[in-house]
Ligand binder design. Structure first.
Ligand SMILES: Nc1ncnc2c1ncn2[C@@H]1O[C@H](COP(=O)(O)OP(=O)(O)OP(=O)(O)O)[C@@H](O)[C@H]1O
Ligand SMILES: [Mg+2]
Length: 511
């Protein structure tokens, strides 16, 4: 804890917060100097988002004080925070889909003229000034629903700057970005910093902390562990402070000769909503005991390919074969019955129902089957037993969460439940799409070793990820998808990051 001083943009001292009987923050101190980029690091459920939500006025602390530029601040709600120069970009965006970029930025903070009429021209000028000052490229006329996630995030940042934020909180801003978008974000952060703004970034990616932040606060299970200068730490030392044990940042994997073909795609063509062929004559073969990694930048046909495998989109041509049986153009039930399990990237939209309990989410696909259903009645005991097993195996916290709404779990713990549920189906093929998005290094270590275990049991795994590091680290075979086609295929030992990166960006192998 540092003395209260004007040098610090933000000081939070002795912050304690309970949710019901659970103490989720225990006497936390956070001191951030003006004009710095400060990282907050901690496991899933450590309390990072809660701490930042207190600074942003969404929750109030039960104990503790907040000082801004050396003055005690009372932040009762987000408008208080905004008027005191604090802006936050949340883990899940809060934009209005049908409105344009400009409307979203101005919404709720309209500049009105003498008669109370919205002065859009003046508002637009102010936004354009900010865009130019920090070199952010955004089309103000475009509707939010037509924007990529990376662009939507820029709109959120612009919105905060438009409201005069001096301190900008970014909650896992890179979890949803492509590598190029991440670089752009870091550039924006740097130009904000040059301009004297203070940035607080929550991220699980240690590489990014090393790259962007100067100081870092580490919390574990709601307690302050350390506040460090990033230059004095390595990725390994940060990871170990965070989880409180030794950890492997790279997966241990023995060589293995793959067995028979389990899953095959032959010359598949699929069209997107607008009728454009986004998967073109695509073929792949995944064998037993093999992790097949599909690398690619978002929007290169991955979505349509997946929808087609899951029977949600029609195949114009070609075949999808699982365990020797054709499954193209059937329905999702048939697909699941053919022993395919699926971990979806967007756990909120597809992975779980937020307002149902953890236990009901655990049996979501199976509640009609034995032993969960007996003569049409739900067997609560079996459901709870099954849930408890997943909670224990995957170290989901808090351990007594079975009957809580899954909404109240941290993002990482929600994902662990989805993964546990899907693997409990004992699939022959597991399709894992961005399975570690938003997870902490401890949980990533666990998910990765779970996938490797499945492979060692002779299962097939299709890993689709935007994280090239994850693909390179885990896959036995690596394919690159670009423009709906597989443009290169490598065994793990023949792959190199540069070559794959080039193919992902549309380059040719001998460029
Ligand atoms: N509204 C709520 N009601 C009850 N418990 C909550 C609520 N919000 C969060 N929690 C609990 O508080 C703890 C801290 O959650 P928080 O979301 O701050 O974690 P986090 O560090 O941001 O995790 P992640 O990295 O997964 O995003 C978790 O145990 C979570 O289950
Ligand atoms: Mg969080």
């Amino acid at each position: 804890m540092h003395d209260i001083s004007r040098e610090y943009a933000v000081q939070m001292h002795g912050i304690t917060k309970y949710f019901g009987p659970h103490k989720v923050l225990d006497n936390i101190d956070l001191d951030i100097k003006k004009g710095k980029i400060h990282a907050v690091l901690g496991e899933n459920g450590a309390g990072k988002s809660t701490l930042m939500s207190i600074l942003y006025g969404m929750y109030s602390a039960d104990y503790g004080k907040i000082y801004l530029s050396g003055q005690e601040a009372h932040i009762g709600n987000p408008s208080d925070a905004i008027s005191q120069g604090i802006g936050m970009v949340h883990q899940h965006f809060m934009l209005v889909d049908k409105f344009t970029v400009l409307q979203n930025i101005v919404l709720g903070n309209e500049t009105t003229n003498f008669f109370g009429v919205l002065n859009m021209r003046k508002a637009k000028k102010k936004v354009l000034d900010i865009i130019e000052k920090y070199g952010m490229k955004v089309d103000l006329k475009e509707k939010i629903k037509n924007l990529s996630v990376g662009m939507q995030q820029k709109v959120e940042i612009l919105k905060a700057l438009y409201r005069g934020s001096e301190v900008l909180i970014l909650d896992e801003p890179t979890a949803v970005l492509t590598p190029m978008e991440v670089d752009e974000l870091f550039e924006t952060m740097n130009s904000l910093k040059q301009d004297g703004k203070t940035i607080i970034i929550i991220t699980h990616k240690l590489k990014e902390i090393k790259k962007s932040a100067e100081t870092c606060t580490i919390i574990r299970k709601g307690r302050l562990i350390d506040a460090v200068n990033v230059d004095d730490e390595t990725e390994q030392s940060l990871a170990e402070k965070m989880v409180g044990r030794q950890i492997k940042l790279f997966v241990d994997k023995q060589d293995r000769v793959p067995g028979k073909t389990i899953f095959e795609i032959k010359n598949l063509s699929v069209r997107c909503e607008r009728g454009i062929e986004t998967v073109k004559n695509l073929s792949m073969k995944i064998r037993s005991g093999e992790i097949y990694g599909l690398a690619g930048i978002e929007g290169n046909g991955q979505t349509e390919l997946l929808q087609c495998i899951l029977g949600r989109r029609h195949a114009d041509a070609g075949k999808i074969i699982m365990n020797g049986k054709e499954i193209q153009n059937t329905d999702i039930k048939n697909v699941l019955d053919s022993k395919i399990s699926f971990i979806h990237a967007d756990r909120h939209k597809y992975g779980c129902v937020l307002d149902m309990t953890v236990a009901d989410n655990a049996i979501m696909e199976k509640y009609r089957e034995k032993p969960f259903s007996v003569n049409g009645f739900l067997n609560h005991e079996e459901r709870d037993k099954f849930t408890k097993q997943i909670i224990e195996t995957y170290d989901i916290r808090p351990t007594n969460c079975s009957h809580q709404k899954i909404r109240n779990l941290s993002g990482g713990n929600q994902q662990k439940l989805v993964i546990g549920r899907e693997i409990a189906n004992n699939p022959d093929l597991l399709i894992a799409v961005q399975p570690t998005r938003g997870l902490d290094v401890g949980a990533i270590e666990y998910v990765h070793s779970t996938l490797v275990n499945l492979r060692d049991q002779g299962k097939a795994v299709l890993l689709i990820s935007l994280e090239l590091d994850e693909i390179l680290n885990l896959s036995d075979k690596i394919a690159v998808i670009y423009g709906g086609e597989i443009v290169g295929e490598f065994r793990q030992n023949e792959s190199d990051e540069q070559k794959i990166g080039l193919l992902m960006a549309g380059g040719k192998e001998n460029d």
